[in-house]
Design a protein around this ligand. Sequence first.
Ligand SMILES: NC(=O)c1ccc[n+]([C@@H]2O[C@H](COP(=O)([O-])OP(=O)(O)OC[C@H]3O[C@@H](n4cnc5c(N)ncnc54)[C@H](OP(=O)(O)O)[C@@H]3O)[C@@H](O)[C@H]2O)c1
Length: 245
Amino acid sequence: MRRILVTGAASAIAHEAAKHFAADGDSFFLVGRDPDKLAAVADDLRARGAKQVATAVVDLLDLARCSRLIDEAAQELGHLDMLLVAQGTLPDQAQCESNPVLALREFSLNAMGPITLLLRAAAQFESQRSGCLAVITSVAGVRGRRTNYVYGAAKAAVSTFLEGLRGRLREAGVSVVDIRPGFVDTPMTAHLPRKTLFVRPEAVGERIYRAMVAGDDVVYVPWFWRWIALVIQLIPRSIFVKLSI
Ligand SMILES: NC(=O)c1ccc[n+]([C@@H]2O[C@H](COP(=O)([O-])OP(=O)(O)OC[C@H]3O[C@@H](n4cnc5c(N)ncnc54)[C@H](OP(=O)(O)O)[C@@H]3O)[C@@H](O)[C@H]2O)c1
């Protein structure tokens, strides 16, 4: 039985991942900002077989609160085996460009909150010499595109952080999983026109479950984004700067 902390637990993707762990009889400490959504996810996971489900209503922009969550979850569940960080917002790039306070707020939610959680969890998992740290980052972090570089920069920061953390925790037997989805059909992208590359959150959740159980490192979802990301990385800067994507 695994004991799992999920932050941003009402996320469509995180909920789909948690359903698989619940079917294994795992226990959860679910964190989110909306009590009704959180209660609905908790009830669903209990119905699917979760052994224990505790919840905490937290605004994850509160970094001091983020830094206490690992201890709270471990205390509530008796131990902690896994962390899945799923909170995120897709900011309006134009608004961020004219409002630095908003841009930094978005950066904080997408990068500083996750990093705060990771630092606390890393210390705990390193001392217990086991565990899995997983974050949903994004293919948006692969390169700074003019249309969403605030979000992309935050996701890139977390991916870089995860890479270093993976090196630090390797000998302690702690896995560090960087999940990089492409376009997923969730509330976060509800305002975007649906393109052919959109996938359902069910498929992403199932891949996250498998990656966390196996202790994978960097996982593109679906798999073909690994190759799209590679091509994007190979575009010369002189050409990339002229693209309107
Ligand atoms: N959808 C995509 O195309 C896509 C692609 C790549 C990566 N991702 C990443 O996947 C993760 C999950 O997103 P999703 O697609 O499942 O969208 P989602 O259903 O909108 O989930 C995002 C979650 O973040 C929570 N959140 C936002 N601000 C918060 C705050 N201040 N405090 C606490 N929780 C907060 C939201 O809470 P509320 O429910 O209260 O709003 C929501 O539960 C995000 O990190 C996102 O960046 C998504």
